[in-house]
Design a protein around this ligand. Structure first.
Ligand SMILES: Cc1cc2ncn([C@H]3O[C@H](COP(=O)(O)O)[C@@H](O)[C@H]3O)c2cc1C
Ligand SMILES: O=C(O)c1cccnc1
Length: 348
């Protein structure tokens, strides 16, 4: 898949399978309508996969890591070196996403798509586009070629995961400064003010948040990205890991593989993927609602309701991984609960 992600044509949902599975759910030995949102999810999964008994038993997590030139403007509570250090932590199995991937028995891949350091470590997928984006307060974050390269890398990594048998894709990220990029992107696409979206990220205090807000506001007016053009948005104010996640989501949707979206940054990538190809969001669930204020607006753009709301604000794919067992449980209810007929239970 080369430079052609805007041309991909994601399959339509299988509405007929949705109707069929709704009939099956109605026949299960529970009071009519009592499964609440589980019923919605079962039907959505049936439409996505085209299967009467959707199987999401093999989850895969891809974490894309990259640096951001905008960190030169002092927009994060942590230094940019943490991106590289956390990438090594992922490879040593020590981060939150390692623990949570293990907890759900997921295959985990770490992709260096633009870390500003030379890392060679066993287990790392090295696909560096560049040593970090350019500082978008001063110039465009990436060239169009770099955007397309990052989208293609993401697409390719997801296809490789799917080829391994993964049937539910979780995306995660690591990139100090990426809540700044995400806030700018969601402001441009939603038309909402930076003030209403900006948050603490990794832990800025109120003065730091005010500075971050001013940098984003000024950068947006300097770069002036086209709100209808995801490539132009990524070029001006994006990040390599954000583009990589968007490409991966397009691959999953194209292969009818359900996607579990994580927090603010991952949802920003999801919004861009959906802007690239209008049906991408049909294949997405939002795993959780992050405490980062902009996440609410990003979720609204996708038209989704998150599975969990735990007040988390980590990223890495952690909230999505936590929501996975609930979605999987819904598929087991669909498959394994007896029907009124098979169990000889009187239906009204
Ligand atoms: C130790 C540590 C682990 C993390 N894991 C995810 N993030 C999260 O924080 C970063 C975004 O916040 P900001 O825009 O404020 O820099 C991203 O790397 C995101 O994945 C982390 C951040 C830190 C410090
Ligand atoms: O919602 C997220 O994904 C998030 C929020 C703050 C910092 N890092 C990630």
């Amino acid at each position: 898949m080369k430079n052609g992600l805007s041309a991909i044509s994601i399959p339509m949902l299988d509405e007929e399978m949705g109707r069929q599975v709704k009939g099956h759910v109605d026949s299960l030995t529970v009071p009519q309508g009592s499964l609440g949102r589980l019923e919605e999810w079962i039907i959505e999964l049936a439409k996505m996969t085209g299967e009467a008994f959707p199987d999401i038993s093999k989850p895969g997590v891809i974490v894309f890591a990259a640096d951001h030139g905008i960190t030169e403007e002092g927009v994060s509570a942590y230094p940019k070196e943490v991106t590289e250090q956390m990438a090594l932590n992922f490879l040593n199995d020590g981060a939150a996403i390692n623990v949570l991937s293990r907890a759900i028995d997921a295959y985990l891949e770490i992709v260096d798509i633009g870390i500003d350091a030379d890392i060679e470590a066993p287990g790392l997928t090295s696909r560096k586009v560049r040593n970090g984006t350019r500082n978008f307060y001063k110039e465009e974050a990436m060239t169009k070629e770099e955007v397309n390269q990052a989208l293609d890398i993401g697409y390719d990594r997801a296809e490789k995961m799917i080829a391994r048998g993964v049937n539910c894709l979780i995306l995660g990220e690591m990139g100090i400064g990426n809540t700044t990029s995400s806030t700018a992107i969601i402001s441009i696409i939603s038309g909402k003010s930076v003030e209403s979206l900006v948050g603490q990220g990794t832990g800025l205090k109120s003065e730091g948040i005010l500075h971050k807000r001013r940098i984003i506001e000024e950068a947006i007016s300097l770069r002036n990205p086209n709100p209808d053009d995801p490539i132009n948005i990524l070029m001006n104010i994006g990040g390599f890991e954000i583009a990589g996640m968007a490409g991966a989501m397009l691959a999953a949707a194209n292969n009818r593989i359900p996607i579990l979206v994580d927090g603010f940054i991952t949802t920003t990538a999801a919004v861009l993927a959906n802007l690239t190809s209008g049906r991408a969001a049909d294949y997405m669930f939002v795993g959780h609602r992050s405490a980062e204020p902009g996440h609410r607006a990003a979720i609204e753009l996708l038209g989704k309701e998150p599975i969990l709301d735990l007040g988390m604000r980590i990223g890495e794919g952690t909230g999505a991984a936590l929501s996975y067992p609930i979605l999987k449980a819904a598929t087991l209810v669909n498959k394994e609960v007896a029907t009124f007929e098979s169990a000889g239970v009187s239906n009204k």
